[in-house]
Design a protein around this ligand. Structure first.
Ligand code: GTR
Length: 421
């Protein structure tokens, strides 16, 4: 009898564990009714009516995102040194000047290093520059054989032949479809990219590695997670740009895909030196409205990636309606600077409609500041970008960064920075 019972239990086990598995909602009719916090109403209930009011309200919203979502960055007591480690005048078949610059972030005897791969067009002076992290190493963004491979920890990856958390030659050029360098350079832009794991390796180790270990403050429920760390890293790169005479630091476009799109939005919100922000398929915790609970949810992201946000964010697992902010306010924090949000039709996990609605509901803030928000409240057709100071498109296809996405970003940036055709 006992044997039969344990056999039955054995049969039932997969059912039990499946029952606990997260099932995303992809049915629009099951999106709960929700009320969004109004970015133009202060915490005390009074209304924001002027640009001056907005500055104060902006601070309120920013602090909520810090304490409840991404986490607070402690005071940095270290130093940053930059070293140009390579230079090549005829990169990309003579189109670009290439250099690799190492930033050493040092606090006492603790140090991390990040390697910035920079391409600047020969033909254009003071070119705007896209700054964007890559997922697997600078060498994956180009086929050029002499671009350095990162030393830092990388995820194991069968396709890239990595089983010891060390990047190798096999990854070279693997991500070029996401990095159309020649097109970008020929159009009059520069590109700077860094492997995101140089700043903080993307696994949950209790913040013992990466940049967090260079800070001494004890951790609490408001302490920064990895997204805040990656965003902070982008600001240190911006500090370097301000010192590099070959780079126009007033024209830096911070761009990112997926978790790195969440990162670029938080960087654009946190550091107003970024002239333009681009979120490619950023989804939950990025551009998508959390209260819709469509696709990936707050509970699911905090469970799968407990190190991305601050611990307070976990209070809203399955309780998104209690969040004191929602993601349209993350977009609003970027105002009045231009922001572009992009979705992919098959990327339901990232909730394209939720990403679009954030742009719609951030628009009143842009309008108060004298800028055009998103020019329509209707979700556009595929590949028909809506362009205001907030821009949005949805293209066919999967979760990815494509040449189409880049072309839209370049058009948007060329218009804003008034580049000649
Ligand atoms: C997924 C995660 C998303 C997105 C994505 C990525 O697994 O659920 O939020 O960030 O990873 O970064 O590729």
């Amino acid at each position: 009898m006992e044997k039969i019972l344990s056999f039955l239990l054995f049969l039932a086990l997969p059912w039990f564990s499946n029952a606990q598995q997260f099932v995303p909602n992809y049915d629009e009719s099951k999106v709960p009714a929700y009320t969004l916090p109004d970015p133009l109403v202060f915490n005390n209930g009074s209304t924001v009516v002027s640009k001056k009011d907005w500055e104060k309200r902006r601070t309120e919203i920013y602090h909520i995102f810090e304490k409840e979502v991404f986490g607070v960055v402690p005071e940095w007591k270290g130093i940053v040194k930059s070293t140009v480690v390579s230079q090549k005048a005829d990169a990309l078949d003579g189109l670009a000047n290439r250099k690799e610059v190492r930033l050493d972030l040092i606090n006492g005897d603790r140090k991390i290093s990040l390697m910035i791969l920079i391409y600047l067009p020969h033909k254009f002076k003071d070119a705007p520059i896209f700054l964007s992290y890559n997922f697997d190493g600078n060498h994956t963004t180009t086929t050029e054989s002499d671009v350095l491979i990162p030393d830092s920890w990388v995820s194991n990856n069968k396709a890239l032949g990595i089983s010891d958390n060390k990047a190798n030659e096999r990854g070279r050029g693997e991500a070029v479809s996401r990095w159309p360098m020649k097109e970008i350079i020929s159009r009059g832009f520069g590109v700077a990219t860094v492997y995101y794991g140089d700043v903080d390796p993307d696994f949950n180790d209790g913040f013992k590695n990466g940049i967090h270990q260079l800070f001494d403050s004890p951790r609490d429920s408001t302490s920064w997670g990895s997204i805040a760390a990656w965003s902070w890293g982008l600001s240190r790169i911006m500090d370097y740009f301000e010192r590099d005479k070959e780079i126009d630091a007033k024209k830096v476009i911070v761009m990112g895909h997926s978790r790195l799109g969440k990162t670029s939005l938080w960087a654009g919100a946190s550091d107003q030196r970024f002239a333009m922000t681009i979120s490619n398929n950023s989804g939950c915790g990025g551009a998508a409205i959390s209260r819709r609970k469509f696709g990936e949810t707050v509970g699911r992201i905090n469970t799968a990636f407990p190190h991305w946000f601050c611990d307070n964010f976990k209070k809203y697992n399955e309780k998104e309606e209690l969040m004191p902010v929602d993601q349209h306010e993350l977009i609003a924090l970027i105002a009045p600077r231009p922001v572009y949000v992009a979705s992919a039709a098959e990327d339901l996990w990232a909730d394209p409609k939720g990403e679009f609605l954030s742009c719609v509901f951030a628009s009143p803030v842009y309008e108060l500041l004298g800028e055009k928000g998103l020019p329509s409240k209707e979700m556009p057709a595929l590949s028909e970008p809506l362009i205001g100071t907030i821009a949005y498109h949805i293209r066919p296809g999967k979760h990815d960064v494509t040449l189409y996405d880049w072309k839209c970003y370049m058009d948007f940036a060329a218009r804003y920075f008034k580049l000649k055709k």
